[in-house]
Design a protein around this ligand. Structure first.
Ligand SMILES: Nc1ncnc2c1ncn2[C@@H]1O[C@H](COP(=O)(O)OP(=O)(O)OP(=O)(O)O)[C@@H](O)[C@H]1O
Length: 310
């Protein structure tokens, strides 16, 4: 895979002096789904708007398939589809016409076969002759995606595709996005929902206060999510972890009264039963035990809160 989108030290200072992007550097691979996760005001929309040429960057650069977003704006923009947060469709317009019109905006010749292909991909072919006002909320959102795809972009930005929609519709959107990925489209989606990032994204980037705090494969985050800690309180304090327990990755607390064992909840064997036997064999008497789990939600909240202090 190669990076279709290369963002280098991108800064945006709005008129009035507010710095909404503080030097964002990020590579997005062709064909991947990247979720941009962040609280309100983090800079997600500013980043997308800058990459789409709606907002001018103050400094830094970005390229789409090698085309610079500033100096080669037209070529770069042609490769991008943008699905906005708001449903901004004309209620009396026809579904098919919306796609033809959007394609025309990019100076592309009318192509019935291409538009049919997009409509079919989005399960809207049967609705092509319907007016927008006759569609359900989910269908309207799919028309927005269709408009963004009508000029055959290689990168699709989805700005909060499921903000304020019900659970069934959210799942429907997830399926649509999965189909688009299968068709080879690179997708960057912004979201507040951690479960959405988990369900769809290959990688998650956390943004806060105009800075990218973390970019990680979703699968790695999930395995972190699956980690759990068992803390065993001891009747007699220890000075060190006994050699008989060296097979287990145990941490002794500073005061020697507790041992912590970290394990993977998704693994076939957690090792807890063996550990308990090893305690008995080593003559260690337990006073109490409890478990705790760090979730992706905790990781996210920690990151965002840490940032809030600075
Ligand atoms: N045109 C503007 N002029 C001045 N400040 C702006 C402008 N647009 C956005 N901002 C500020 O930049 C910051 C980032 O806003 P942005 O809309 O990019 O955040 P976001 O992560 O998309 O938030 P949300 O999740 O609420 O949509 C905010 O503090 C916002 O008030």
């Amino acid at each position: 895979m190669s990076a279709i989108l290369q963002i280098r030290d991108l800064r945006k200072v709005y008129d009035g002096g507010f710095e909404a992007l503080k030097g964002v550097t990020l590579d997005i691979e062709e064909g991947e789904i990247l979720a941009l996760l962040g609280p309100n005001g983090a800079g997600k929309t500013t980043l997308i708007s800058t990459l789409c040429g709606i907002t001018e960057p103050t400094s830094g650069s970005a390229t789409v398939a090698g085309f610079d977003i500033k100096t080669q704006y037209r070529q770069a923009r042609e490769l991008i589809g943008l699905v906005p947060q708001e449903i901004n469709l004309e209620p009396f317009s026809y579904v098919g016409a919306n796609l033809h019109f959007s394609r025309g905006l990019f100076g592309k010749p009318r192509d019935d076969a291409k538009v049919e292909d997009v409509l079919r991909k989005l399960a809207l072919w049967d609705k092509r002759a319907n007016r927008v006002r006759e569609l359900s909320g989910g269908m309207k959102r799919r028309v927005l995606i269709g408009k963004a795809l009508a000029h055959e972009p290689r990168v699709l930005f989805l700005d909060e595709p499921t903000a304020g929609v019900d659970v069934a519709l959210r799942k429907e959107m997830w399926d649509v996005v999965a189909d688009l990925k299968a068709a080879g489209v690179t997708i960057i989606l912004t979201t507040h929902y951690i479960e959405e990032a988990e369900a769809m994204a290959d990688r998650v980037a956390v943004i806060r206060g105009g800075e990218i705090l973390m970019v990680e494969k979703t699968a790695d985050l999930m395995s972190r999510l699956g980690r759990k800690e068992l803390t065993v309180e001891l009747r007699e304090p220890l000075t060190e972890v006994p050699a008989a327990l060296s097979d287990y990755d145990l941490q002794l607390s500073a005061d020697g009264t507790a041992l912590t064992y970290s394990y993977d909840t998704q693994a076939e064997r957690t090792g807890i039963a063996g550990l308990m036997r090893a305690f008995t064999d080593a003559g260690i008497v337990l006073k109490d035990l409890h478990t705790s789990q760090s979730s992706l939600e905790d990781i996210f909240v920690d990151l965002v809160e840490e940032g809030a202090d600075t």
